[in-house]
Ligand binder design. Structure first.
Ligand SMILES: O=P(O)(O)OC[C@H]1O[C@H](OP(=O)(O)OP(=O)(O)O)[C@H](O)[C@@H]1O
Ligand code: HPA
Length: 183
């Protein structure tokens, strides 16, 4: 496995540098600070991928807020999505709260839509979403995010929380994985 990960890392194409990602996070935070200034939001970090984005975004936010996490996993460390496994649900109540869902990537949009619906089912009054990366696909998605950092073309990407088979979430930039070879 580690040979494959090393190969993926060495052959990857850099799409957005660390500097570009940090600038995108600044812009997202500015927009969120305006939109949610007096909303006392509950920030829901979508584990695991959302952890880096949430960690980088939170110190940039200036309103009063609380933090919780949800773990809805559709890819389960693979590169093709399946049905969603609800691994962890938030421990705080969403009732009567404005929720800000924070995730690393909006790909097909199935995960975000399911979490969005879940928040309303739990009694949230308003639900916003922020994703660092929006993958450009040639078909409609069930949901769009309110705050988007960067667009990427239809590659399998990693870095800034996004994984390749569970690895490379710590890459300090956004990279496109080239086709994996049998190693
Ligand atoms: O738009 P979609 O096609 O539904 O995919 C996006 C979701 O996939 C990834 O999560 P994953 O299921 O890989 O779990 P992870 O956060 O633990 O990586 C990512 O973090 C998003 O939550
Ligand atoms: O391109 C991706 N990379 C990492 N995780 C993902 N989850 C959905 N799409 C992706």
């Amino acid at each position: 496995m580690l040979n494959e990960i090393q190969h993926i890392q060495e052959t990857a194409q850099l799409l957005h540098t660390e500097r570009q990602v940090e600038a995108a996070l600044d812009t997202m935070a500015r927009q969120i600070n305006i939109a949610l200034a007096d909303k006392n939001p509950l920030v829901l970090c979508v584990m695991n991928g959302g952890i880096v984005v949430a960690g980088k975004l939170l110190p940039r936010l200036t309103m009063s807020l609380t933090l919780d996490a949800i773990n809805a996993s559709r890819y389960q460390n693979k590169t093709v999505g399946q049905t969603i496994a609800w691994v962890v649900k938030p421990s705080t109540t969403l009732k009567d709260r404005t929720v800000l869902i924070v995730d690393d990537i909006l790909d097909a949009g199935i995960t975000l839509k399911a979490i969005y619906d879940y928040c309303f089912e739990q009694g949230a009054t308003a639900v916003y979403s922020a994703v660092l990366v929006n993958k450009l696909l040639d078909h409609e998605k069930p949901i769009t995010a309110d705050f988007i950092g960067l667009d990427v073309e239809n590659h399998y990407v990693f870095g800034y929380g996004m994984d390749y088979k569970g690895y490379l979430r710590n890459a300090a930039g956004i990279y496109a994985a080239q086709q994996a070879q049998s190693l």
